[in-house]
Design a protein around this ligand. Structure first.
Ligand code: GDP
Length: 332
């Protein structure tokens, strides 16, 4: 197995450290190469040297809000980066050997044209991120049709885990509320808490990425749970896991959440009456994706895929990470 890491002046391999192997280990199973989706010669050389059977393009500037701040970089990495990988496969004559997985996204549906969203739902991207991913989606389809590359798009709805980046909404909430419970932060400032998302667990979704590359014919699939919740509900669940009951009041930018009751000893810094969630318009996006709800029927019927993590998986892992954070305040 080979991975690509970007050079940074700080160590940035935390998420793969548990499978990292010392370069002196004989017959290593996992190798990391310096590389970048903006560098075609580098990608071509890595593919030439490693001759992979499968390539999973999970690399991206993946934050929707950041894509409004850095749209050109997002397009370069997310759109043209995908083209660079496909071109490297073609240039090296690996069309018949190397299977290609493209991390497509529910953000493609953006201003949703039907609910729930399935493989045939028209796209309507709402951010520079989604527009870049739309190019990547179609160039993957195009290289499949034009050059016979086994290339597939997994259209994955939001999938979470304790490894999720800390500025995505789920981790921001679990991290923020557990810090507040311990007295390390006074208040959590949120954007649009009316947004509805279909949250699944990354473990289930990554298994499906692999399954997609093991079929006879390459095809595109929606991967989702088929259930949606609001960001506000997610805040309430997280609070509950810390023994905190929250009540929302007010509306728009004046909406707040107030502590009404506390059970147990996980929130020693709080008392009833404390206001611990407020709205800050800086977290609103210039164009928002208000609602996402996926229909994973095709994946279920054709591949027998069903999420193994329970329906409320987002809540369950959230509870776990929340407890960990609360137990280890010094790590923040
Ligand atoms: P996304 O679905 O790929 O944009 O994933 P995120 O986890 O970043 O955001 C999910 C939803 O939560 C979006 O509709 C955001 O607008 C909404 N949201 C509300 N407040 C926040 C916030 O403070 N940070 C983030 N990241 N999202 C927020």
């Amino acid at each position: 197995m080979h991975g690509i890491k970007r050079r940074a002046s700080h160590l940035n391999t935390q998420r793969v450290d548990h499978i990292y192997e010392d370069p002196h280990t004989e017959n290593r199973k996992f190798n990391l190469h310096y590389g970048d989706l903006t560098d075609s010669s580098n990608l071509t050389r890595i593919l030439r040297d490693t001759q992979p059977d499968e390539v999973y393009n999970l690399g991206a500037q993946s934050h929707v809000a950041v894509s409004f701040e850095a749209p050109e970089y997002t397009a370069d990495v997310d759109a043209i980066g995908t083209l660079r990988l496909l071109e490297a496969i073609r240039f090296l004559g690996l069309e018949k050997k190397t299977r290609f997985y493209q991390a497509s996204t529910s953000e493609l549906f953006g201003l949703v044209q039907e609910a729930p969203q399935r493989e045939t739902t028209p796209f309507y991207p709402r951010s520079p991120y989604a527009v870049a991913k739309m190019y990547a989606y179609w160039i993957t389809v195009n290289y499949r049709e034009a050059y016979g590359i086994y290339a597939c798009n997994g259209i994955l709805f939001n999938h979470e885990s304790p490894r999720r980046g800390e500025t995505f909404v789920t981790r921001k909430i679990t991290r923020g509320l557990s810090n507040i419970a311990m007295g390390l932060e006074p208040c959590l400032y949120m954007g649009n808490i009316d947004a509805l998302r279909d949250w699944g667990h990354a473990k289930d979704y990554v298994r499906m990425q692999w399954m997609m590359l093991q079929q006879l014919q390459p095809e595109d699939f929606v991967i989702a749970t088929g259930v949606q919740y609001s960001v506000r509900e997610f805040i309430q669940w997280t609070a509950k896991e810390l023994g905190i009951t929250l009540e929302f009041s007010g509306s728009g930018i004046d909406e707040v959440a107030t502590v009404t009751a506390i059970e147990g000893d996980m929130a020693p810094a709080l008392k009833p009456g404390d206001v611990i969630v407020k709205i800050d318009p800086r977290y609103f996006r210039p164009a928002e994706v208000e609602t996402l709800l996926g229909d994973p029927s095709k994946a279920k019927q054709n591949l027998g895929w069903t999420p193994e993590m329970p329906r409320t998986c987002a809540l369950k892992w959230c509870a776990r990470t929340t407890r960990q954070r609360a137990a280890m305040p010094c790590s923040s």
